[in-house]
Design a protein around this ligand. Structure first.
Ligand code: BMA
Length: 366
């Protein structure tokens, strides 16, 4: 019996769409992590989520006020994705290097998740070899020293044990693990962190990722994390992928890029174009994992620079960095009440391309 061509085509098409249904790199990912990657990959074709680092923890003029966010003060809605920082957790302290209590981070993550938003976690962690900060680049032996067989390997495992305890405490009221995007070893195409380009070999950087993910997944049995690979600025696809540790480890391809001059729109456009292509080719989430601009001076930065540059691309989110809590000296990458670019941020918010908490609540599948 002959099968009509159209039927064959429909079969092939549905098999193909089934085959590419996104699944996290972790074969044992929890249903919630699976749902998160699917929601984010679908939403990147509907709009661009707006994110803010430490959005719910503090703002320019307030610290730890329940339910408050500088972004919400301006536009009436929360960011769709909130960033949190775990630096100093590895030391066993009760608050982070940005002075946020880890208990508060846990309750904030729960709150964002319950509201329908997304959480992402960065980790500017102590140099295990020197005891200095994440920015201590005196030694080019740190990464090698924490790999299996290295003199600081056991210490690194102790750091990861603390990360594991934290991750395993992220549960909903119903006892389900809350999925989060974990983004360690970022901006490695620069050399300002001890895991940066000039401080370790390509193989050691990749081995660091592999050891870390395997340890958290297999030894610690953690399956609710999506892992993000995040470069700084780059020019070509080959450069972007030079230290990419593997499709079996990574769920998100992203980059960090701050506006530090006139080349910004062109550089941002090139990085966004390449990362959205790599994300599509690999079946991963694509994102601008950190951004920030001169929002006090360029009062149309939100719409004219950030939004118009990113509009053509299919990326899940852009997250702007933190609004430091310091009422006397404003240092903010996000908007805040009465800031010079407040009106422009409201236009950015009202544009159909941008997605905030209320939007993802509607478009994410439950
Ligand atoms: C950097 C700065 C630092 C901060 C670090 C980790 O970009 O904002 O002040 O400690 O991120 O959040």
């Amino acid at each position: 019996m002959k099968t009509p061509l159209s039927l064959l085509l429909i079969c092939c098409f549905s098999m193909a769409t089934m085959a590419i249904k996104p699944f996290p790199s972790d074969p044992k990912a929890t249903p919630e992590a699976v749902k998160l990657i699917r929601n984010m990959m679908a939403s990147q074709h509907k709009g661009l989520m707006f994110g803010h680092q430490d959005a719910m923890a503090y703002g320019t003029k307030w610290y730890s006020e329940e339910g408050r966010s500088d972004v919400k003060d301006v536009c009436g809605d929360y960011p769709a994705i909130c960033g949190w920082e775990l630096g100093h957790l590895e030391l066993g302290t009760v608050y982070s290097l940005d002075s946020v209590y880890f208990d508060r981070i846990i309750s904030g993550i729960k709150k964002v998740d319950a509201m329908g938003g997304v959480n992402t976690i960065s980790w500017h962690f102590t140099n295990p070899l020197t005891g200095g900060t994440a920015w201590d680049v005196k030694s080019n032996k740190t990464v090698a020293s924490i790999l299996p067989g290295g003199e600081k390997h056991e210490l690194y495992k102790q750091y990861l044990d603390k990360i594991a305890v934290f991750m395993l405490s992220l549960k909903t009221d119903k006892g389900k693990f809350i999925p989060v995007i974990f983004r360690p070893f970022h901006e490695h195409t620069g050399s300002w962190f001890w895991w940066g380009k000039n401080l370790c070999t390509i193989d050691d950087y990749k081995a660091l990722w592999r050891f870390t993910v395997n340890y958290l997944r297999d030894t610690k049995n953690i399956h609710h994390l999506l892992y993000a690979y995040s470069t700084d600025r780059f020019t070509t696809e080959a450069e972007y992928l030079e230290r990419f540790p593997g499709n079996d480890l990574i769920d998100q391809v992203s980059f960090d890029l701050y506006d530090r001059g006139a080349d910004y729109p062109a550089t941002l456009a090139n990085c966004a174009k390449l990362v959205s292509k790599i994300a599509a080719d690999k079946g991963k989430i694509g994102a601008v994992s950190e951004a920030g601009g001169p929002i006090a001076k360029n009062t149309e930065w939100w719409t004219k620079v950030l939004l118009e540059t990113l509009r053509p691309y299919h990326l899940a989110y852009v997250l702007v960095w933190r609004n430091t809590y310091n009422p006397k000296r404003i240092m903010a990458f996000g908007p805040y009440k009465d800031c010079p670019s407040e009106q422009d941020f409201i236009r950015f918010y009202n544009d159909p391309k941008t997605l905030f908490m209320k939007d993802v609540k509607k478009i994410f599948k439950k």
